[in-house]
Design a protein around this ligand. Structure first.
Ligand code: FPP
Ligand code: MG
Length: 282
């Protein structure tokens, strides 16, 4: 989808710059390289077999080669960021990379916690996904020479888009079609990773139902019916729709933030992208 570079370039255009410097495209390429590096590392952490419908680097080449190729991508991204000549861009993106690593560590530390607090879960989403999208949008603004207000508006837009994106990702983990997502269904439940659909289901369940869910959570690898049972419960409790409404609320905040920018085609496109994020199936 190349969502992050697209957000970066559109953010630069939305600040009223039609003719963009090469530095915008260098930074945009860097964000996709960083994104790929984090996914390669994430698949090592999760020991994942499939990504985008294909075997992961971890499955094909093992742990060491995967970690090192992720490192190479990260180094190449740093080289591209240095070429932009902007210390502010390097600081914004490296801050987001640190946040992603913290988000990943907090997700690992809380794995298996069926009672994970909603606030902690939202913190993890912000760190692991949303801050990076915020930094991509802010980078576009910095390289377009935008005002402080435009820069803040685009960072806020990116933060809410990132939250919406990750909430939909977590809904698709339960309710998506693996042929479209390119990932197996129910991985978060099997790995003991409590995301919004499960947290909402837990809140709607009685004591017995909660105990049953907690027993299956994080250990269902060999209970092939567990995921379809959980998804059925989620559908009848309406929590998948409720999670989608939470994503929509972030999109509303994202779109409001855009009001600080001049009206132009790129701003319009940034607005429309949010609908694609809500409707996405892959
Ligand atoms: C995918 O989330 C993973 C992330 C968004 C962040 C991963 C971050 C790291 C591995 C640490 C930082 C790494 C580098 C190279 C600096 P997910 O597991 O919810 O999505 P998935 O279902 O697609 O795996
Ligand atoms: Mg993962």
């Amino acid at each position: 989808k190349r969502l992050r570079p697209m957000l970066l370039v559109l953010s630069a255009r939305a600040c009223g710059r039609d003719k963009l410097d090469l530095s915008v495209y260098q930074a945009a390429a860097a964000t996709e390289l960083i994104h790929m590096a984090t996914l390669i590392h994430d698949d090592v952490v999760d020991e994942a077999a499939t990504r985008r419908g294909l075997p992961t680097a971890f499955a094909l080449f093992g742990k060491s080669a995967s970690v090192l190729s992720g490192d190479v991508m990260l180094a190449k991204a740093m080289d591209l960021l240095a070429r932009t000549g902007s210390v502010e861009v390097i600081r914004a993106i490296s801050g987001a990379v640190v946040a992603m690593a913290e988000g990943e560590v907090r997700e690992i530390e809380t794995r298996g916690d069926f009672d994970l607090a909603k606030s902690e879960h939202f913190d993890i989403l912000r760190l692991k996904t949303a801050e990076f999208m915020a930094a991509c949008c802010e980078t576009g603004a910095i390289l377009a020479g935008a005002s402080e207000a435009e820069r803040r508006a685009l960072a806020t837009y990116g933060l809410h888009v990132g939250m919406a994106f990750q909430i939909i990702d977590d809904v698709l983990d339960y309710a998506g079609n693996p042929a479209a997502t390119g990932k197996p269904q129910g991985t978060d439940f099997i790995e003991g990773c409590a995301t919004l659909p499960l947290i909402l289901l837990r809140e709607r369940s009685n004591q017995d139902q909660r105990e049953n869910l907690a027993r299956l959570f994080g250990g269902a690898r060999y209970e092939c019916d567990a995921i379809s049972t959980v998804v059925r419960l989620m559908r009848s409790a309406g929590v998948l729709d409720e999670a989608e409404r939470a994503a929509r609320a972030h999109v509303t905040d994202a779109v409001s933030a855009l009001r600080a920018l001049p009206e132009n085609g790129a701003r319009q496109f940034l607005e429309e992208v949010t609908e694609l994020i809500l409707a996405r199936k892959s």
